[in-house]
Write a protein that binds this ligand. Sequence first.
Ligand code: NAD
Length: 379
Amino acid sequence: MSHSPPAVHVALSGGRSYAVHFEPLAATPMHLREAGVAGSRVLVVTDDTVGPLHLGTLTDALRASEWQVETVSVPAGEASKSLDQLSALYDWALGLGIDRGTPVLALGGGVVGDLAGFAAATLLRGLPLVHLPTTTISQVDSAIGGKTGINHATGKNLLGAFHQPLLVLADPATLDTLPDRAFRSGLAEAVKHALISDTDLAPRLARDWDALMAHDPAVLGPLVRDAAAVKAAVVEADELEAGERAFLNFGHTFGHALEREAGYGTLTHGEAVALGMRAALHLSASLRLDRVADDLGDFAEADRLVRRVAPAPPALDPATLTAAMATDKKRTASGLRFVVLDAVGVPRLADGVPPEMVEAAWRFALRDPDAAEAASPVA
Ligand code: NAD
């Protein structure tokens, strides 16, 4: 008999809190009642890939528990984080005659979570939100923490709100239908959580990697749960990103630039973050030495873990990327801000980083490690 990993509890200021369960989707109705949801009707938002795979399991369970279920599906993919889709959700929900107690259930990856979450944040000044994440990224990261939003023509995630969920239920078994590329690259956020936290996640990820890739439930559920717990702890300490929550951006300043310059959709978000973490590790090594580093020193093992989720690097110019980073929204008055590591598990913010160190970090991350290994003489 398989056991679900224990829930993670996110405790926020003012006595607010919510649970993140790692259980089958069919347990949703039970947890809705436990979380204090009254009423008899729920709104479910999904996308047209996830719907055919997992919506039936959810709606069957809800209807068996006497919920009236209203469902809507948006096209799968990042393009749905748009004003048009948001507006269509408003029309749909308001046309149903909802009230402020009607919960919105977001069944899908980070796109559905961000879009439905923002709709829930703004409809009637806030409806209860339940995240039912179905991708590795959303289970270890985006469903926890309350960031919701959509994209604008001028950039990603520029319109949004903090709206904490009432409940999160992540069913690790839903990850079995995820394409391999999305499954693996989404684990970049789990690797990130391993590198910025003082936990045993990094050695466990390295040790159990093959079982994880095989979706072994004895390994997958507990690793997803513990990676999610890192996010929860950071959110608890800094709900509104005033300080330490910025550590979750490890690899992201580089990664966002890469996503933009490679063209959105070329790399997955996780792949861009993975290459971004390789650059951030190199920058960490340079800053520690106070000169451009020749190699990663004792960050080499962390880099081996990151490489498990990193794609072959795109052919981009390090100097162009260094210049392009100047437009990242995480800029501060003192120039570019990076999350770097003093050691694995010890992140810090670095401001005023010399551009030659940034460019050297790009050169390192954009060199294909497999090609480099093949070319080097065998010892
Ligand atoms: P996604 O929702 O687009 O999912 C990726 C693809 O997988 C989609 O085509 C989707 O239809 C499909 N899919 C989802 N679950 C599936 C399943 N179980 N089986 C088969 N296919 C499935 O994107 P994502 O990778 O989950 O997340 C990326 C998004 O999350 C980005 O928009 C990013 O900005 C956002 N994000 C938000 C936060 C936050 O804190 N709010 C954090 C990280 C990322």
